[in-house]
Design a binder for this molecule. Structure first.
Ligand code: IDP
Length: 160
């Protein structure tokens, strides 16, 4: 598996979020990025990307034995995705809350999947499930020089 190329910057937590091909095709890219922006997380990486099959397989490697694995990989490579790197305290768990339950039918209204999806196989968006996986996935989807460390001037208005 790929090395962890992304260092943790101080105590800052990072998450890998991705608009899946259905989200891109349905024109929800702006809306999805906007939900994380308005929450207050800092955008440190962003790109439109055509996923190589090997990368999709590596990303979902833990699910290799699942019956839906093949279709999942086909879905993820079926069109461009938008790769999003976010940073901030508690960003992994918070992004998962904003995204909602894996199956959009179980996802609360107000979450991305709850508002925008109806099937688990077309659930619009991905978010890392642990800080460790956040760093692992950022290392898979981004080159080091694609992650930008920048000073966010609204920080004093977001953090005490
Ligand atoms: P997560 O994306 O909410 O973390 P995981 O269990 O890690 O959920 O599953 C990864 C992805 O695999 C899901 O987002 C979904 O796209 C797909 N998936 C999960 N369970 C099913 C299923 O039962 N049928 C089809 N696709 C599934």
């Amino acid at each position: 598996s790929a090395p962890l190329r992304i260092k943790e910057s101080g105590s800052q937590e990072r998450s890998y979020v991705m608009v899946k091909p259905d989200g891109v095709q349905r024109g929800h890219v702006g809306e999805i990025i906007s939900r994380f922006e308005r929450k207050g997380f800092q955008l440190i990486g962003l790109k439109l990307f055509k996923t190589p099959k090997e990368l999709a397989e590596e990303h979902y490697g833990e699910l290799k034995e699942k019956p839906f694995y093949g279709k999942l990989v086909d879905y993820i490579i079926s069109g461009p995705v938008v790769c999003i790197a976010l940073e901030g305290p508690g960003v992994v768990a918070s992004a998962r809350k904003l995204i909602g339950a894996t199956n959009p039918l179980n996802a609360e209204p107000g979450t991305i999947r709850g508002d925008l999806g109806i099937e688990v196989g077309r659930n619009v968006v991905h978010g890392s499930d642990s800080p460790e996986n956040g760093l692992r996935e950022l290392g898979l989807w981004f080159d080091q020089d694609e992650l930008i460390e920048w000073e966010q001037h609204m920080t004093p208005w977001l953090k005490e």
